[in-house]
Design a protein around this ligand. Structure first.
Ligand code: OSB
Ligand code: MG
Length: 369
């Protein structure tokens, strides 16, 4: 494929409700979108980086810069395919979220041209996926219960509560009490704890949680090994999993018995399929994480979540959990599931008028030559 132009679109989209985690509170999503214009047609990619480097070291402006100065020029200088992108980008260390966005745009262009869907290309075995919902830290327990009840009524198949020191046992107990017996419940600490908290975290064992996600800093695999040995709640890594090899190492060391797969965090969907395959081979259940994506990123996540190893509901919630209006046709929850798009490429159509309306700055275009 020959790439003629790379467009960088930086948008700001309001969220329907603030989203608070142990690392901060967001009222909107600043999102970097890429459109590649190629000799076989256009493709879109969404970058999962947040506006601040609080979830990972990557952030929107950093990704813009890496694409502007390195990844964009690289795909404009040589013939490229989604399959050759990772190799072409290997001269840049890290910056996986930026790389993932570019690779996904290339894949979208290439599969649209071939008339093939992301789901078919990834190896999807289902035409719809079970959905969970990630619930932010709330100003109070009654407000949390209100929000959770709303999601339960909508049909979400699993609740994930964001926790941090001072907001853990009490909200988890209250939500467990609210839910039907056997309902799926899990927690996500986004690195807010330390090994000094092991005795405290052990108290979560009383609530029959599916898993606790990323209690400790991303580099500290050893601390997760120690926690996993000390509590009965399964430990699941998110931030720590930066590629397939790191995941295999964490699995073999028993730091993680379940893996949260986010294609953006590990450099793209091709790597996500590799990671899925490695986990499936080892009988390690996986689920599809989310980063408050618009319909562009969500379409690809839902296709990924249709692979056989994704046996737990993902953070693949409906468009209306995030946005009053989505950038594509909305993803609508039906009996707790979302349909896997079947059209070519991502299978969704980007609403150019919304891309223009939510632009934070004029589109930046990188040209060949
Ligand atoms: O840790 O999974 C996370 C959102 C932004 C950054 C990190 C995380 C999240 C979520 C929301 O939990 C998942 C979603 O609904 O997209
Ligand atoms: Mg997480």
């Amino acid at each position: 494929m020959r790439v003629e132009a790379v467009e960088l679109h930086r948008l700001a989209i309001p969220l329907v409700r603030p989203f608070e985690t142990s690392f901060g509170r967001q009222t909107g999503r600043v999102v970097l979108l890429l459109r590649v214009r190629t000799d076989v047609g256009d493709g879109w990619g969404e970058c999962v980086a947040m506006v601040d480097p609080f979830y990972s070291s990557e952030f929107v402006s950093g990704c813009e810069d890496v694409i502007r100065h390195y990844l964009g020029p690289a795909i404009l200088a040589a013939d490229v395919t989604a399959e050759s992108a990772a190799g072409l980008f290997s001269f840049v260390v890290g910056h996986r979220m930026a790389k993932a966005a570019v690779e996904t745009a290339l894949l979208d262009a290439q599969l649209r041209a071939a008339g093939r869907s992301f789901g078919s290309y990834f190896g999807a075995v289902r035409d719809s996926v079970e959905c969970g919902v990630s619930v932010g830290i709330s100003p109070s327990i009654p407000q949390l219960l209100d929000e959770v009840s709303g999601y339960v009524d909508q049909g979400y198949r699993r609740i994930k509560l964001k926790i941090k020191p001072g907001w853990d046992l009490e909200p988890v107990a209250a939500v467990r009490e609210l839910l039907q017996p056997g309902a799926l419940l899990q927690v996500d600490a986004n690195t807010a704890y330390t090994l000094d908290d092991v005795e405290h975290l052990r108290e979560l064992d009383a609530f029959d949680l599916l898993l606790i996600e990323q209690p400790f800093v991303e580099e500290d695999i050893r601390a997760h090994v120690a926690l996993a040995a000390a509590i009965s709640t399964p430990v699941c890594l998110d931030e720590s999993i930066v590629n397939t090899e790191v995941a295999i190492d964490a699995i073999e060391r028993r730091a993680t018995s379940i893996v949260n797969i986010k294609a953006g965090r590990i450099g793209g969907y091709l790597e996500a399929v590799r990671l899925h395959d490695a986990c499936l081979e080892r009988n390690v259940p996986v689920w599809c994480g989310g980063m408050l994506e618009t319909g562009i990123g969500r379409a690809a996540n839902v296709a990924l979540a249709a692979l056989p190893g994704f046996t737990l509901p993902g953070d693949t919630s409906a468009s209306d959990r995030y946005f009053a209006e989505d950038l594509t046709e909305p993803f609508v929850l039906r009996d707790g599931t979302l349909d896997v798009p079947t059209g070519a490429g991502s299978g969704v159509t980007v609403r150019d008028e919304l891309v223009a309306a939510w632009a934070e700055r004029p589109v930046e275009v990188l040209l060949r030559g």
